[in-house]
Unconditional design. Structure first.
Length: 255
């Protein structure tokens, strides 16, 4: 029987050949897929005030008429919240008191008209805010009631055309009319008493406008895409997160 002999050199050649064909493909680097949550805090409001007092006379226009505030602010946002505050108001009878606010773009809102009955302002600080829980009430059984605090704008009467140079009716009923407006410029507050012998004489020491940028929710942006070799550090960047008008205060990464 014929036999073959495998030489040692041939064996070496086979081993080398086998080792040369063993060339595994390098694994793909794992892709990092982070999830980022952000939370924000609302920016502080910017406040502008008129230091001059307003004198209110019975059944007449107040002095000055209007009282004005010049506003110049860098506040920006998709929606701007405006509130107005009357400081140290003293009016024995507020039923005949009409207070109209006009913004720089001509938008108006009647802050109060024909409300309060026989109630009064006594060293009152009165803020008008759409988010307030209540309005200044109407009715006749309000004698001796002092109104002070935060209220929604309220106009219970009709035919409330304010004397010139105030703008013509109709007037807005909420502060939301200023939400998307340009708020830079001159704001005007028209005050008058329109009821004879109603006790509508007095003063408002000063008044202020507060403007605050609002945003719905902060928008997270985890950046990327990211890739890395296993075992090496990866730097994640959340600087592209946005929250228009507010300030992001925390970042929470989840992997």
């Amino acid at each position: 029987m014929r036999t073959s002999r495998l030489l040692s050199s041939s064996l070496v050649a086979l081993v080398l050949a086998a080792s040369c064909t063993d060339d595994p493909t390098a694994p793909e680097p794992p892709e990092a897929r982070p999830h980022l949550d952000v939370s924000a805090t609302a920016a502080d409001p910017v406040t502008f005030c008129s230091p001059a007092s307003i004198s209110i006379a019975d059944n007449a226009r107040a002095t000055p008429y209007p009282s004005t505030i010049d506003v110049s602010t860098g506040v920006a946002g998709n929606f701007l919240k405006v509130t107005v505050t009357l400081n140290q108001a003293n009016v024995p009878g507020v039923q005949g008191l009409d207070v109209l606010l006009q913004g720089p773009g001509g938008q108006t809102v009647m802050l109060m008209s024909d409300v309060g009955g026989s109630g009064r302002f006594l060293n009152s600080v009165v803020t008008f805010d759409d988010d307030a829980l209540a309005q200044i009430p109407t009715g006749t059984n309000l004698g001796g009631v002092t109104f002070s605090g935060t209220f929604r704008p309220s106009n219970s009467g009709t035919n409330d055309q304010m004397p010139s140079p105030a703008p013509l009716e109709p007037y807005g009923s909420t502060m939301a009319v200023f939400g998307n407006a340009n708020l830079n410029g001159t704001w005007k507050l028209f005050v008058r008493d329109d009821m004879l012998l109603s006790g509508g004489t007095g003063t408002i020491a000063s008044w202020c406008i507060s403007i605050k940028a609002l945003s719905s929710v902060p928008v997270a942006n985890a950046g990327g895409p990211y890739s890395a070799i296993e075992g090496t550090p990866v730097a994640f960047d959340g600087s592209a997160c946005t929250d228009d008008g507010n300030g992001i205060v925390s970042y929470a990464w989840n992997f």
